[in-house]
Design a binder for this molecule. Structure first.
Ligand SMILES: Nc1ncnc2c1ncn2[C@@H]1O[C@H](COP(=O)(O)OP(=O)(O)O)[C@@H](O)[C@H]1O
Ligand SMILES: O=C(OP(=O)(O)O)[C@H](O)COP(=O)(O)O
Length: 592
């Protein structure tokens, strides 16, 4: 999502005409849209955070401007292929839900955006009664977050002035937003970051090798996303899974999607780990109902182009242990099994591995194939110094990969529960913090090993502690040697964060998995925020991945400044280690 600013206003330029379909079923032209004293043409879309931040202000301003004889029209010109939230169907839903008081039009060919010279969403064009351009500035000081309620209403004031005098203000501050998603992007950035050619040819079947019409297709996606109060708080993994799902639906398949969520007790249903919020979010993104099926092991009847989501695979006994009987049951549900869960490809479980051994056909989905292609290319010849940042809470999964990772990278920094284990290994108290006592000897060995190579795994010199794990807990910065027995270390301290940020700024390549603190709670998020900003500002090629890391990237708004974001965390660390991921090994085996 590239951030873009609008150019200066070309005063007097005439508004290009158009005839576009609206969400109300009508065709709208410039003449039909215009008000007695002028017209506000807005290029907006559904998915862009800059638009979402001001939707309510746009509605307010448009309503009030009508009183001054100014009408408004909104045009959506994005290619929805990679942004299904922007589909015409979803435009209808958004317009209805928010009660847009203006026509919302779909510019499918993108010709209208090109004729206007629109660059981003939101991009505002304010015209006087003769349809001459008088304003090309922003709505107000909002960016991805809404500006304070008393922020100057720059767009409103300018349009009011245009209604009254026919002229816009001299001083105009450009609008900022996500770039328009062009069908044939000229953007070198996109080519550089996403269109990675497949140098290492991977020997497995791909979904595009099959005729899917009428076939029962079982897709294993990784929809393990953060959820709070029954709502998905970061849907990046869901959106990344949609191209495969939409490909299958378009091809006329009967589509069954399965995923895990969190780590529930196997064999037991629990509301806490239900995929219900995910089904709701998918319904919204796809613009069609995605029913969640609770009892699915014995199969479901579907028509071609129908889709269902199966309830959490980890509610099934035997899932984690890759139980053969369970895997055979899953395999019997389909004609083609599609492994698309890159984030879980490092797990040999019944739904990621066993099922593929027994299904009539097994292949990789679009996401899995794209991730493997992109990561192989990006890591082929990394620019040095090569820095890895490993944090988060999955200590046993991640600490054990550090061994081979340490020999691949020039610098390794640790955070979260992993750093706590290293702090304990260095002989300090970690109080009641998350750490893995069993892995202290391994952490000591890694530190020794790094020293003999003349390298170092630095441990934090200061940390942020609390007495309890809660949103209202008080944060106290302490020297690492001063942690009390009843303390929880929940973040790296400011001195440590600044040191790590310097390393990030001077790196040639950065891989980042795992927040370095409990970033979901603001008072323990400063370490992760500092590091995220340093990654964003660094000229290094940066790769970041992991369910919660993606959420942190979203929270700190650096998505467009990370070179490549992967949906995998542990999976991409293991891939980086050089391991063949079990799910990929299974696909390769099936292709023999
Ligand atoms: N010091 C800490 N103590 C407890 N939890 C932590 C700590 N630091 C980070 N975390 C938690 O780790 C979680 C992310 O860990 P993980 O799942 O390993 O990352 P990812 O999903 O990006 O691979 C976050 O929810 C964060 O709150
Ligand atoms: O979130 C995931 O991994 P990640 O935290 O390493 O990104 C995957 O969905 C795998 O989940 P798991 O580590 O519970 O097997």
């Amino acid at each position: 999502m590239a951030r873009t600013e609008t150019p200066v206003c070309e005063f007097g330029k005439k508004a290009p005409d158009f005839a576009l379909p609206g969400v109300d079923g009508q065709i709208w032209t410039l003449e039909k849209c215009k008000g007695p004293n002028g017209l506000l043409v807005m290029f907006i879309c559904n998915h862009c955070p800059y638009v979402k931040a001001v939707q309510d202000r746009i509605i307010r301003d448009v309503k009030e401007l009508k009183e001054y004889g100014i009408n408004a029209v909104a045009i959506m010109s994005n290619d929805p292929t990679d942004y299904p939230e922007d589909s015409f169907e979803n435009m209808k839903i958004v317009a209805e839900q928010l009660g847009y008081p203006f026509p919302y039009l779909y510019d499918e060919t993108q010709e209208v955006a090109k004729a206007y010279g629109a660059v981003c969403t939101p991009d505002f064009f304010g015209y006087n009664k003769d349809l001459e351009l008088q304003y090309r500035g922003r709505l107000d000081a909002s960016r991805k977050e809404a500006a304070p309620p008393d922020a100057r209403r720059e767009l409103f004031e300018a349009m009011k002035q245009i209604a009254e005098t026919g002229k816009g203000p001299e001083e105009q501050i450009p609008s900022m937003g996500c770039s328009i998603k062009w069908r044939e992007p000229p953007a070198p950035e996109k080519a550089e970051k996403k269109e990675v050619e497949n140098k290492k040819s991977l020997s497995f079947k791909r979904i595009t090798d099959f005729d899917l019409a009428g076939k029962r297709v079982l897709i294993r996606a990784d929809l393990n996303v953060p959820i709070k109060d029954g709502k998905v708080t970061s849907d990046t993994r869901i959106r990344a899974s949609l191209p495969t799902i939409e490909h299958c639906l378009r091809a006329g398949a009967k589509v069954m999607v399965m995923s895990h969520l969190g780590r529930p007790t196997e064999g037991e249903y629990s509301d806490e780990f239900s995929l219900k919020p995910v089904a709701d979010r998918m319904t919204w993104l796809l613009g069609r109902k995605v029913p969640l099926i609770k009892d699915w092991l014995n199969g479901v009847d579907l028509h071609p182009r129908e889709i269902v989501l199966f309830e959490n695979v980890r509610f099934n006994k035997g899932e984690k242990k890759d139980d053969e009987a369970l895997a055979r049951k899953l395999a019997a549900l389909c004609d083609i099994y599609v492994m698309d869960a890159f984030g879980t490809a490092h797990r040999a479980e019944a739904s990621t591995h066993g099922v593929g051994r027994f299904a009539p056909e097994a292949c990789a989905g679009l996401l899995l194939a794209a991730e493997l292609d992109a990561l192989s290319k990006a890591l082929e010849n990394p620019e040095r110094p090569f820095l890895a940042i490993v944090g988060g809470s999955k200590v046993s999964t991640k600490l054990t990969v550090l061994d081979s990772l340490a020999s691949k990278v020039d610098q390794l920094i640790v955070g979260g529960g992993i750093a706590n284990t290293f702090i304990a290994a260095a002989g300090h108290s970690v109080g009641k913090s998350l750490y893995e006592a069993d892995l202290i000897p391994e952490a000591k060995r890694l530190m020794e090993q790094a020293k003999t190579r003349g390298a170092e795994i630095p441990i934090p010199t200061d940390v942020v502690c609390a007495k309890e794990f809660s949103e209202s807990a008080q944060a106290t910065v302490k020297k690492v040697g001063d942690v009390a027995d009843d303390d929880l270390i929940l973040d790296i301290g400011p001195e440590t964060a600044a040191r790590y940020a310097e390393l990030a700024k001077s790196a040639g390549t950065i891989v980042w998995n795992g927040p370095v603190g409990v970033f979901e709670i603001d008072q323990f998020g400063e370490g992760t925020r500092t590091l995220a900003m340093a990654i964003a500002e660094s000229s290094a090629y940066s790769i970041a991945g992991g369910g919660d890391t993606l959420a942190a990237i979203e929270k700190y708004g650096i998505g467009d400044r990370v070179s490549y974001t992967s949906t995998g965390g542990g999976a991409f660390l293991e891939f980086l280690e050089g391991k063949t991921l079990p799910a990929v090994a299974m696909l390769e085996e099936r292709a023999k």
